[in-house]
Design a protein around this ligand. Structure first.
Ligand SMILES: C[S@@+](CC[C@H](N)C(=O)[O-])C[C@H]1O[C@@H](n2cnc3c(N)ncnc32)[C@H](O)[C@@H]1O
Length: 304
């Protein structure tokens, strides 16, 4: 009996054994396949994605029109070389824009011209002249250029400027002994209550994290005299493509022109939300001018 049954049991056992071995083999094969697949995915991300990078991808993307791409390059201030050189640089730029971010950044670093001090004061000063600033005391929040305070003084105002002490400190061309300019913590404005007729704040709000905006606005309200004015310049980024462009523009500045200076930016900010925040802090919108270009600039005037 045992002799007869023995081989049958063995046969069943070896069948299960073979099946088990095959199963184990299959598991190993699947593991190898998963491993190879992971390598391919990783390599394609590093070679194609990582190397090509975000800026390069933008220039390759169909989502952005030529006008948009050229705008980005122009924003990198290649234009300031003059029309002939700009055309030449643009051609060169387009020849490698879909290769890698490193190349793009290196090119911009070598060829971009940082706007001269005071280059963008014109429209703001015009508006301030309309508001009337002779004999008025003005505080600028987020001041970078000494020439802005000089221009205000030339128009008969008494001007002061403050900026947050940050990695962008090098942007401010103030001598720390200049009594008109102070660094502060970004919220607690270092001046007495009701000491200013006008507060200006240009292209700063998009660098303020939303939770810190209201405390700053409460401080602006505090230092404003009764009937005092706040003059704001900001971008409306409610349209996705405008927010993306804004993002890239900052990436070009921070990645290419001033590398290693990451700075908070709110690429989704809406002018309607900014207005709501000012109103919440007790100020009333009295004028709004929208500039219908790519950057969706809005000039806002509030009264206390
Ligand atoms: C895009 S620049 C604008 C500079 C200048 N106002 C102009 O219109 O040319 C943004 C500036 O905002 C400053 N900034 C960011 N957060 C701030 C805050 N909480 N208070 C004051 N300035 C701030 C930055 O240091 C930087 O100088």
């Amino acid at each position: 009996m045992t002799l007869f049954r023995g081989p049958k049991r063995n046969a069943r056992f070896s069948l299960i054994h073979v099946f088990f071995l095959k199963f184990q083999e299959m598991i190993v094969q699947i593991q190898i396949l998963i491993f190879l697949f992971a390598i391919v995915i990783f390599a394609s991300f590093t070679v194609a994605g990582g190397k090509m990078g975000r800026i390069a991808r933008i220039f390759r993307s169909e989502e952005y029109g030529e006008e948009f791409k050229n705008y980005l390059i122009a924003r990198s201030n290649l234009k300031d070389h003059g029309p002939k050189k700009y055309a030449e640089l643009l051609k060169q730029f387009h020849s490698f824009t879909s290769s890698s971010d490193d190349k793009i950044y290196a090119f911009l670093r070598a060829n971009a011209v940082v706007k001269p001090d005071g280059a963008s004061h014109g429209p703001k000063l015009k508006k301030l002249m309309k508001i009337g600033i002779r004999g008025k005391k003005i505080l600028d929040i987020g001041t970078e250029e000494i020439s802005y305070l000089n221009d205000l003084e030339a128009l008969g105002a008494m001007a002061f400027g403050i900026n947050i002490r940050s990695e962008f400190g090098h942007y401010s061309n103030f001598d720390e002994s200049d009594k008109r300019f102070l660094y502060y913590d970004g919220i607690s404005i270092p001046f007495e209550n009701e000491s200013f007729d006008v507060v200006t704040i240009f292209s700063v709000i998009h660098h303020i994290p939303p939770q810190k905006l209201q405390p700053l606005l409460v401080n602006i309200f505090r230092v404003l005299k009764r009937d005092g004015i706040v003059f704001v310049k900001e971008n409306d980024l409610s349209e996705k493509i405008v927010g993306q462009m804004f993002d890239i523009q900052h990436e070009i500045y921070e990645g290419a022109i001033f590398p290693g200076k990451p700075f908070y930016r709110n690429s989704k900010q809406k002018i309607s939300e900014i207005i709501r925040e000012f109103e919440r802090a007790g100020m009333t919108l009295v004028e709004e001018e929208k500039i219908e270009n790519f950057t969706r600039i809005s000039y806002l005037i509030f009264r206390k």
